[in-house]
Design a protein around this ligand. Structure first.
Ligand code: TYD
Ligand code: MG
Length: 458
């Protein structure tokens, strides 16, 4: 009797026997039996016994179908690829169904057929939302959730959208819809069908708070493209991020705004993130990150307040890693003599964006310093740089791109890492126009702030 392997529902680690704790991701009680046909259909069949010179292979044979949403198409690498599978993963309520409807409208406008499988909501609900959004009129809907029925309907469609993969079921399996085995069986069958019919398949998958897709990460291996759709319900901002792409670059970021008329694209995201900035207030500094081919200016905010003992000082980081905040505070305390150890500290990226780049260290430190001292960072000054444990400012990739973006937005001074260890570059005393001021250490950067503030008062 053949025995199925066990698989960790969190990270996909395989084992021949059940384990109480996953040796890979350390999750407890996360092993379940893996269905046998889990990786079928991930690639087109190889042409055995034939060879071809590498120069004779067309590197871009893919036919793309644009969704008409420029921000999404860019993340996808130019649109949906026929015969391929895209997974759009996001938390419930973030706006995945809305994005799908708007993308369906764009596909429809280019004269292609769309099949939308509504497994989560009734067809009436979907149609009502489509009318309200002025979205698709010709898209074919089905409310079926049995995988065989859906595969049978796929023949006519150029694009098939499944909302969501967790709502489908294969009646041959006794497992519940949404369970790891059902999700994998259904995704496998749909993938096979898409490869055969040449339809572009879009799967919506719910993720949990900790970021895992459908419980398992299993689907990520099965599909060609994975994009995550993120956003905080308290903010209008929604981002689409490419985390896997067999047909293009990853790391691209698409920015949308959720409003009463659905999602609208935000082509100038930097201005969007800086729109609500209060320039006269302390605790705010501007930096710049790079996402894919795009540079994005953003505001880092900090609030530093005395904490009365015996209360334990709080450290709250929103939109940035708490380890970055911890390091920034330690460097300020140790190397710049800024007393923050006994303070409650809150730091966030304004606008609801998530930024994980080391280049935000310097603006973060300046925002913390500004809040602690009550001195605003001069409004025309921005900063870019990683801060090291010795308080040194370290170089970051793409400095010129970041500086250009900040100059475009009207900043006149960008504090930046030194060139090969040298300190502040000599700027002509009468230099007019925007300039980059190099600083070797956080202490130097703070001194530049003071100097710029005095100059701007003159
Ligand atoms: P939805 O697309 O249903 O999310 P998901 O499929 O990811 O669960 O949209 C969820 C939220 O988006 C809903 O709570 C309300 C908001 N929303 C708007 O603000 N404006 C709109 O035009 C639409 C359609 C939704
Ligand atoms: Mg939905």
């Amino acid at each position: 009797m053949s025995k199925n392997a066990m698989v960790c529902l969190q990270c996909g680690h395989r084992s021949l026997q059940w384990l109480g704790r996953c040796p890979d991701c350390s999750a407890w009680d996360s092993f379940a039996e893996e269905p046998p046909a889990v990786v079928r259909g991930t690639r087109p069949p190889a042409r055995a016994g034939t060879t071809v010179s590498i120069g004779a292979v067309d590197p871009e044979p893919h036919q793309r179908v644009a969704t008409g949403l420029g921000e999404l198409d860019r993340v996808l690498g130019g649109g949906l690829v026929r015969g391929s599978v895209v997974l759009i993963a996001g938390e419930p309520g973030v706006g995945k169904s809305t994005l799908l409807l708007q993308a369906a409208a764009g596909v429809e406008n280019s004269g292609r057929n769309v099949l939308l499988v509504c497994g989560e909501e009734s067809m009436e609900q979907v149609a009502a939302r489509a009318r309200r959004l002025g979205a698709p009129r010709k898209t074919t809907l089905t409310a079926g959730t049995e995988i065989g029925q859906i595969v049978a309907l796929m023949g006519e469609a150029d694009v098939v959208m499944i909302d969501s993969i967790q709502s489908l079921r294969d009646p041959d399996s006794a497992a519940e819809p949404g369970s790891v085995s059902q999700v994998r069986l259904c995704a496998g069958a749909l993938t096979d069908a898409a490869r055969q019919t040449g339809a572009a398949l879009v799967l919506v998958g719910h993720i949990t708070k900790d970021g895992s897709i459908a419980g398992p990460r299993a689907l990520e291996h099965l599909v060609d493209v994975v994009v995550t759709f993120e956003g905080d319900r308290g903010h209008h901002l929604r981002t689409v991020r490419g985390i896997k792409n067999r047909y293009g670059a990853t790391g691209e970021l698409g920015v949308f705004q959720m409003g009463p008329k659905g999602l609208s694209e935000v082509p100038d995201a930097s201005r969007f993130f800086l729109a609500e900035r209060h320039t006269e207030t302390s605790g705010s500094a501007v930096g710049c990150i790079i996402e894919g081919r795009r540079s994005l200016a953003l505001e880092i905010q900090a609030l530093v307040m005395a904490c009365r003992p015996p209360a334990v000082p709080r450290r709250v980081a929103q939109g940035l890693e708490s380890s970055r905040l911890g390091l920034a505070l330690a460097v300020l305390q140790k190397h710049c003599n800024v007393q923050v150890a006994d303070c409650d500290v809150y730091a966030s990226v304004a606008g609801g964006l998530r930024a994980a780049e080391p280049a935000i260290d310097l603006p973060l430190c300046l925002a913390l310093y500004s809040s602690k001292t009550g001195k605003p960072v001069p409004s025309g000054v921005a900063a870019v740089g990683e801060v090291g444990l010795a308080g040194e400012i370290r170089s970051v990739p793409g400095l010129q791109v970041r500086v250009n973006e900040l100059f475009r937005l009207g900043f006149h001074t960008v504090i930046a890492p030194p060139v090969h260890g040298s300190d502040i570059l000599a700027e002509p005393a009468d230099s007019k126009g925007p300039k980059v001021v190099r600083a070797a250490s956080l202490g130097r950067a703070i001194a530049i702030l003071g100097r710029t503030a005095t100059l701007s008062k003159i």
